[in-house]
Ligand binder design. Structure first.
Ligand code: ADP
Ligand code: MG
Length: 304
């Protein structure tokens, strides 16, 4: 019996592709499996590589503001660079467009992209344009990170605290998924002053992305329900499982907590939401508001 992608699942598919295609080479520090690939570059820096695709009807609707569709397309990739502790550099933009689309719509997409590119010093250096029956935008982005500043998903330590950089949930409803500013400033503060042990950006949802960190770090993660910051009208379930918050989720040694809390006055915010504990690698649970340990669901934004 043929198996469909939805029966097989997105992550098993990526694991399969990883086994099929990825060959570890000494110049490749991180291939498939982190927010960006990490490869050899200069004496003191690594090159970061990431690509993200947005499709009409899946990641945005045509009725949404084209400026922010462009903004989001680039912001998603910058967010992945931030999650590694890096700074974005060069972008290639490939677009698929229906022949009947208003030219002004495309111009707006690029205005949104350009504004964000300027904000973070990204240079758009090329791309590709093709006809399609839906709007498709693919952004490939490079970045740089000082070797000593690289932060991976797989290096959280037992007893570390877990933090997020902002409120979670309902980003698709409140528009946050379109207008968010990637957390480069928070990331730069963290690598300079805190040295987080692991980091990821929240694209699939808090629990789903925390599970990636826990699995890669071979630890269990325990959330504290009462501490999870939520956006307006978001329930705990929205905060745990909605995707596309694009906040950073990171772990840091418990003794850094005081310094992190002091940093709150500098226009960036850090919220302690749990800790890394011993247990089955990749497991996530939560202390509820009555102090009881509760299971969390295996859900989040998964394509198939
Ligand atoms: P993110 O949400 O951080 O962008 P994804 O969940 O999309 O990350 O991808 C997880 C990892 O799998 C990344 O390292 C990514 O490069 C890799 N990956 C995803 N899709 C493919 C594919 N079709 N071929 C090869 N690698 C892939
Ligand atoms: Mg990511």
């Amino acid at each position: 019996m043929p198996q469909t992608l939805s029966q097989f699942g997105e992550f098993p598919l990526i694991d399969f592709l990883k086994k099929q295609t990825f060959r570890k080479n000494k110049d490749v520090l991180e291939g498939i499996g982190d927010d960006t690939a990490v490869v050899s570059y200069t004496n003191d820096k690594y090159l970061l590589l990431t690509t993200d695709m947005l499709i009409e009807g899946v990641h945005f609707k045509k009725s949404m503001d084209a400026f922010y569709i462009g903004h989001k397309a680039l912001a998603c990739s910058i967010s992945d660079i931030a999650a590694m502790g890096g700074m974005p550099k060069y972008a290639l933009i490939s677009i698929g467009l229906p022949a009947g689309l208003d030219v002004a719509f495309v111009k707006k997409i690029y205005e949104g992209m350009n504004q964000l590119a300027k904000m973070f010093g990204v240079n758009i250096v090329g791309g590709d344009t093709v006809k399609g029956n839906k709007i498709i935008i693919n952004v490939s982005l490079t970045g740089e990170v000082k070797k000593k500043n690289l932060v991976r998903r797989s290096t959280a330590k037992l007893g570390d605290n877990i933090y997020v950089t902002g409120a979670l949930g309902r980003s698709y409803i409140n528009g946050g998924h379109l207008t968010f500013i990637p957390r480069i400033n928070d990331s730069q503060y963290l690598i300079k002053h805190i040295k987080p042990t692991a980091m990821i950006d929240i694209s699939d949802g808090l629990v789903a992305d925390l599970r990636h960190v826990a699995k890669a770090s071979r630890l269990k993660a325990r959330l504290d329900q009462s501490r999870i910051p939520r956006t307006k009208n978001a329930t705990i379930s929205h905060a745990l499982y909605d995707g596309e918050d694009f906040e950073l989720l990171f772990t840091a040694s418990a003794y850094k907590d005081e310094k992190l809390m002091r940093a709150q006055t500098r226009g960036i915010a850090f919220f302690k939401i749990g800790e890394m504990i011993a247990g089955r690698g990749g497991e996530v649970d939560m202390i509820d508001t009555n102090g009881k340990i509760k299971k969390v669901l295996k859900k989040g934004y998964i394509h198939f």
